[in-house]
Design a protein around this ligand. Structure first.
Ligand code: NAD
Length: 364
């Protein structure tokens, strides 16, 4: 029995979560995996019901599970609360509490969606990049961090960029291990021509690389990487980088694929991994059965791969999504003239059916 905690959250979160469960039940049926579901509150709904975004009971349920699926949190209703009581504080809290130091964001272009990218089709066709971002260190967490008034007038603000060799080593290892089951190529991105922390980053990545002789490693400065992602994204397999560089580059890589509604992510490193779509809670379209559930569904594929060690089941989910797109079905956000427009539930049904039928069925 595999125990999965569901954190549907706010906005479109609950709707897309229902489709994720439907799809996992289908893949479970085919692959002989029995799931036990536990739903817990996080984000705005947790604030409304319990007065804080990440209740202890939610954390406890997550710690006792094999994996956590998160929909999305936040919305205008909670925007005026102080920082530590906002829904997003729950996100930082759960990453910290579960020790999730590695964020994995694949950017893959499905053949049938190549035209949705803002880049030329020949540039994006076949893109399959995985950005591995360090998630709990670097500039976003470094201390000291403060603001002060200067005696001569004006202000001074300080953030600190620091990395320990241990933090670099463990994220590098995640990247090399991921590369081993992909194209066996790692690009480590830093700014070692300027930053001391980047020079340590490069040294440690080189050390870890010795454990993975089958993986090709190259280093790239972050500014060059930002350019190369637009010029020739197909040169990349796995990109590993710091928290801030990864924040920016993973969004850039994601947008190569065209649609926010298609992008999954995984946060791993601790005993239990967390899987969520890259998009937010899209409050304006919530409750209308129009949200795209595919990012959430593809996050389930990552859960199967990284937390449950079921690569074949994971591939089944991805292939089913591909088959449904290939058959011409689209939710509103990726719809174009000539395609079959479907809602959230229908899209989930189609993917589940494709899994149960082995992905083979034609355009309606
Ligand atoms: P958003 O990702 O929710 O929405 C951006 C745009 O994309 C909107 O037009 C939305 O309708 C559309 N969109 C997003 N997901 C979609 C889907 N699955 N199908 C179809 N269309 C989709 O970002 P936002 O509007 O900046 O933020 C809304 C709320 O979500 C805010 O409260 C924000 O703080 C929160 N947020 C949460 C997370 C998270 O839970 N990890 C991430 C980002 C934003």
């Amino acid at each position: 029995m595999v125990k999965i905690v569901l954190l549907p959250g706010d906005g479109i979160g609950p709707e897309i979560m229902q489709e994720a469960v439907k799809v996992l039940e289908a893949v479970g049926q085919v692959e002989g995996i029995s799931f036990e579901w536990e739903t817990a509150d996080m984000g705005g709904i947790a604030i409304d019901k319990h007065g804080l975004p990440l209740p202890e009971a939610t954390l406890k349920a997550c710690r006792n599970s094999h994996g956590v699926l998160l929909g999305a949190v936040g919305g205008p209703k909670w925007d005026d609360l102080p920082g530590d009581l906002r829904p997003e504080a729950g996100l930082l809290g759960i990453r910290r509490e579960l020790g999730l130091f590695a964020n994995l964001r694949p950017a893959k272009v499905f053949g049938s969606l190549e035209a949705a990218s803002s880049l030329k089709q020949e540039v994006v066709a076949g893109i399959d990049v995985l950005v591995v971002r360090e998630l709990t260190g670097g500039l976003y967490f470094g201390r000291p961090r403060f603001r002060e008034a200067l005696p001569e007038g004006g202000m001074r603000a300080v953030d600190t960029l620091e990395y320990t060799s241990m933090e670099i080593e463990r994220i590098a290892r995640v990247a090399f291990e991921a590369a081993m089951v992909r194209q066996r190529k790692v690009t480590s991105v830093d700014k070692s021509n300027i930053l001391e922390s980047s020079r340590l980053w490069r040294e440690v990545v080189n050390q870890v690389a010795k454990e993975f002789p089958d993986v090709e490693l190259n280093h790239m400065f972050v500014d060059n990487c930002a350019m190369q992602l637009l010029r020739d994204p197909k040169q990349f397999d796995v990109i590993v980088t710091t928290n801030m560089f990864g924040d920016i580059l993973s969004d850039e890589a994601a947008m190569l694929t065209g649609s926010l509604g298609m992008l999954p992510s995984a946060s791993i490193g601790g005993k239990v991994g967390l899987y969520e779509p890259v998009h937010g809670s899209a409050p304006l379209i919530a409750g209308q059965d129009i949200a795209n559930p595919l990012a959430m569904i593809l996050s389930c594929a990552m859960l199967l791969q990284y937390s449950l060690g079921r690569p074949r089941a994971s591939r089944r989910v991805e292939q089913a999504v591909e088959a449904v797109l290939e058959a011409g079905y689209r939710t509103g956000d990726i719809w174009q003239e000539g395609y079959n427009r479907v809602g959230t539930k229908a899209m989930g049904d189609l993917v589940a059916r494709a899994i149960l039928e082995g992905g083979a069925y034609g355009k309606s």
